[in-house]
Design a protein around this ligand. Structure first.
Ligand code: ZN
Length: 182
């Protein structure tokens, strides 16, 4: 295992469209090492998810996992650790919802992002089998955030600029003035 360095906002790899994974690659030791590194790096830095471009690998793989006890996002439910390969999103309910988001590639900032409320994700698991999953509410936001990374999109792109009140804050001020409970 190894914990990788995380690419930060401004690095061009975060803005590239990641390439698809082939069935052949799934068996390679290199690919399996990448998945292990994604899991280890996500756990080390306390993310809810991590996409391969965030560790400088421009391929369509992301991991998502969170528990009730995550100190970055308390009280947001839980989701078991899974690997999502070549994922595609279908919107099931376009009703808008907004959550404050953060990103390991944009440390210290939180922003209020509006996204559809319910989605379906079609993806390959590690064995290359096609799987479906539906996600709603906060989980739908987590998936959309992580899978956006595979298309070079970051949460700050989606924040609506409103003169005098754009919803973007440093974590310290967020905790002090916006959500003192968090
Ligand atoms: Zn992110």
């Amino acid at each position: 295992m190894s914990i990788r360095k995380i690419a930060r906002l401004g690095h061009p790899i975060l803005r590239q469209k990641a390439r698809e994974v082939t069935q052949n690659e799934l068996q390679s030791s290199e690919f399996n090492r990448l998945i292990q590194d994604l899991k280890d790096t996500m756990e080390e830095f306390g993310g809810l998810g991590l996409a391969a471009p965030q560790i400088y690998e421009s391929i369509q793989v992301a991991v998502i996992c969170f528990s009730e006890g995550n100190p970055r996002y308390p009280n947001m439910g839980q989701e078991p650790l899974r690997v999502y390969i070549n994922p595609k999103i279908t919107i099931l309910d376009p009703t808008e919802q907004s959550y404050w988001e953060g990103c390991l590639s944009i440390p210290e900032l939180r922003g209020l992002v509006v996204r559809p409320r319910k989605i379906k994700i079609t993806y390959w698991n590690e064995g290359g089998e096609i799987q479906d999953k539906t996600a709603e509410d906060f989980l739908a936001t987590v998936f959309q955030h992580e899978l956006d990374h595979l298309n070079g999109v970051l949460f700050v792109d989606l924040i609506k600029p409103i003169p005098g009140k754009t919803e973007l804050a440093f974590v310290e001020e967020f905790r002090r003035y916006i959500q003192p409970q968090s």
